[in-house]
Design a protein around this ligand. Structure first.
Ligand code: SF4
Length: 251
């Protein structure tokens, strides 16, 4: 039986010789922690990434490193990859047929790494994951509203973020974008109260919808009203849901 690392090396070798579309020059495989809970999905390698055959080593990589450092996340904590594996000439937008030809590689990476949360960076990676999972896309002028919102599809969690390159052109918005990136530190682990929390018991007993566990206990536990009450030592009833509402059917 092959190890995860062996399977990953095999996958990368297959990606490197891919000629499924006309872009095929130097496809770049993803990199990072193969057991990561968080998978960052960018659009495509930039010029420098293409030259060095490494993820995020160009100007947007500098921005990403700054955002991750401020958030308290290391590159070793995450896995990073691209929707389209080859550099796009003159940094043009990817064509639909290129995304269709290439996205099978991304699906193979997701199946192998099995991250808890997919984090698409920017429009194209977010659009791809939304369409794939049957999530309605907002109109383009309202697209920014999807950033920083954790979504549970019933199978996987998606947390869209602005691409770091966005800040190269809009540096004044770094503090706003940083608020979204900060959640990555939360997603690195599950809620510490999970083993003793009544929500865990209710879920095991089949009384609680899985979405509460996914969105809060294994997702954004920092926003959970139960977690916040526990941290402050404030009494709260066992049937209080993570959003603070009361479910009288729970006992
Ligand atoms: S319900 Fe809230 S406090 Fe309980 S395990 Fe989940 S996130 Fe933590």
């Amino acid at each position: 039986m092959k190890s995860k690392l062996e399977k990953f090396i095999e996958l990368c070798n297959a990606i490197k010789i891919c000629d499924r579309c006309e872009l095929h020059v130097t496809p770049l495989c993803g990199e990072g922690n193969l057991n990561a809970r968080i998978m960052l999905i960018a659009q495509s390698p930039g010029k420098r990434e293409n030259l060095c055959q490494r993820m995020f080593v160009g100007p947007s990589g500098e921005v990403l490193d700054r955002l991750l450092e401020k958030a308290g996340v290391n590159r070793e904590d995450i896995y990073m990859t691209n929707l389209v594996k080859c550099h796009l000439p003159r940094n043009r937008k990817p064509k639909q047929r290129e995304i269709e030809a290439c996205s099978n590689w991304l699906e193979e990476e997701i199946a192998l790494i099995r991250p808890e949360i997919l984090v698409p960076l920017g429009f194209f990676a977010t659009k791809y994951l939304f369409e794939k999972n049957g999530i309605e896309l907002p109109e383009k002028r309202k697209f920014h509203l999807v950033y920083g919102k954790l979504i549970w599809t019933g199978k996987i969690k998606i947390y869209p973020l602005p691409h770091p390159a966005f800040l190269l052109y809009n540096p004044q918005l770094e503090e706003n974008v940083m608020r979204y990136y900060r959640k990555l530190a939360v997603f690195k682990r599950e809620c510490k109260w999970r083993p003793v929390c009544p929500m865990t018991r209710y879920y095991r007993e089949g009384k609680l919808d899985k979405k509460w566990i996914e969105l809060f206990c294994k997702g954004d536990w920092e926003s959970c009203k139960r977690y916040q009450a526990e941290e402050k030592g404030v009494w709260h009833p066992d049937n209080m849901l993570p959003d603070g509402s009361i479910d009288k059917t729970l006992s």
